[in-house]
Design a protein around this ligand. Sequence first.
Ligand SMILES: [Zn+2]
Ligand SMILES: [Zn+2]
Length: 368
Amino acid sequence: MRNQIFLTAVIVVFSLLQEQTLADDNSTQSNISSVPSLLEKLYISAGVIDEFKKFIGAHGGEVIEGLSKVKTYLQHYGYIPDTTKNFTDTFDEMLVSAIKSYQKFYNTEQTGQLDMKTIAHMILPRCGNRDVGDQTSSSSSSRPSSHVHSVGHYEYFPNNPRWDKLALTFAFLPENRLSENYKKTIVRAFSRWTDVTPLTFTQIESYNEADIKIAFYSGDHGDGGPFDGPLGQLAHAFEPPDGMFHFDSDENWEVEGEPLKLPSRVVTAIDLESVAVHEIGHLLGLGHSTDKESVMYATLPTSARKVLLKRDDIAGIQSIYGANTKTPRPDSPPNDGGDVFSGTSNVVPPFCLPVWMVVVALVNNIFL
Ligand SMILES: [Zn+2]
Ligand SMILES: [Zn+2]
């Protein structure tokens, strides 16, 4: 049944994409900015769709123009060593191997092919950190990385870096001029972790002196992990004791009390607190978890809110810093491994959604 739903969903998605491509071809002089494209409605960035949809069904031995971009994507997330350069468009053994590793990490069948399920997962919004540490140059790479060492579902960074103190400071980049609503949201995300560890986080004014430096950037911002506009990569954060904590300022961030930059019917809103809770896990030493219910899973369902730490997250962080020995706050959220979705502030019941939104919801729900 799930397979039937998935196949139907994907067929509808790509049929709609095809229709839109034809429509665009017939109206090249139209005022595109006044009419949101179907791709925008689909909540998936056009660039990513265009790069990936033509590879569905591709398999070993084929040569397909642009296939090198899939290799670049997989290299970015740690499935191909950084030392490998000058990718070709040939579906070679290296790509087959990288796809199998990707499929293994996400607990799907290791076909080594770019089947629909694999492509559908690749186009989801996600954290910009690697899933797996680069086997050849992780220690020298400037890019935010993730795990090598696995215990259970949660993961550590290479060499298990951790803070050597429990009282950490953080500061916001002054140039961002964040509103109090943004700051409060990120502070609340820190509290999710203080509730289950001995750690404390104190805001200070000096950005340069803070242990954790929080900033919103657009595109290339000089740390080897350029952002990519709406959706795709949402944020990234560096391992201890680096402390760099970056959000993609081009996202349509949803923050309580703040208007969206764009209507959510045009570009999906991404819940800031959900992403912040995830990235703080990286700042403290956790990599990506293979448990899709956990906060440390790399992808986030569009328009979803995922802020409660799950058992896997708590086990991971407590294996590094121990349990909370502080007096619990009276308003502590139930960070006890309860339901992963604590709220659905911007999730509209499916029966209220246009068909194309239901299709995307189906795809997301099946794979996340
Ligand atoms: Zn991440
Ligand atoms: Zn960055």
